[in-house]
Design a binder for this molecule. Sequence first.
Ligand code: HEM
Ligand code: HEM
Length: 231
Amino acid sequence: MTESSVEREKQPREAVTVWDWPVRIVHWLLVVLIATSWITSEVGGNAMTYHMWSGYTILTLVVFRIAWGWVGSRHARFTTFVRGPGEVMRYARSIMGAHPSSFLGHNPLGGWSVVLMLLSVTVQALTGLFANDDVVTEGPLASRVSGETSALLTTIHNYNFYVLLALIALHLTAIAFYLLVKRENLVVPMFTGRKYVERSAQAQEPMASLWRAAVVLLIVAGSVAAVVNSS
Ligand code: HEM
Ligand code: HEM
């Protein structure tokens, strides 16, 4: 152990809340519902009713999360974790370094994987609205477009799911890498919201109000319900 890392470990540490409630709840609901969407699509038949309900909920959650990326707490905001190519490259080069990263929120590489996952989930849920299985199940907006357009969006729905699975696999690999190689457990903070940092290193910032989250969620859920019922 180098002298500086000994010094580092001597520093008193304190808990800082990094992930607010909306970020954590949306995250774990997405995990459960994406699994539900996958299983129900495999089962087919009557399970497709649940597939569609799960999809509407996912659409609501992901649009909410994107909006929260502008009006949420500090570490939920895209401006705090979406970085330019220079910073991403610098981070990528330093990743094998001895010290755990000093990023409290998403690191510059992780930030882009978050953006790509949110985009892929959005594409999946939106194309689902126009999809049809040529038998009995069709999304609520499928009849609003031509047969060819619905077929094209169904194809995108089917293939984008593999893109989403690949991004999730990468996500889990990165988390395992952090745990096993860099000895940093990122999963516990996704449940508790808290990370332990050197005292004085990062001041606790206030979390965005849950009332604000409730208003944004109501607007988003109302809009999704209006779109789904507009057929
Ligand atoms: C359907 C599967 C999953 C999807 C779509 C997904 C998506 C995401 C997204 C979008 C974020 C960013 C959070 C935000 O800022 O709102 C995130 C972060 C995170 N996810 Fe997942 N996730 C999935 C599964 C998992 C699982 C199974 C675990 C635990 C083993 C996990 C652990 C984490 C952790 C620890 C972070 C925070 C990473 C960091 O510190 O930068 N995820 N995930
Ligand atoms: C993010 C949420 C969603 C996920 C992860 C998802 C995933 C999938 C998967 C994996 C399939 C099977 C593809 C195959 O058999 O090759 C599928 C099919 C389908 N999904 Fe989704 N879906 C989602 C949202 C939706 C929504 C919101 C709707 C409509 C309201 C929808 C409607 C359909 C239909 C109609 C099919 C049958 C397409 C076919 O047979 O080719 N999905 N979905």
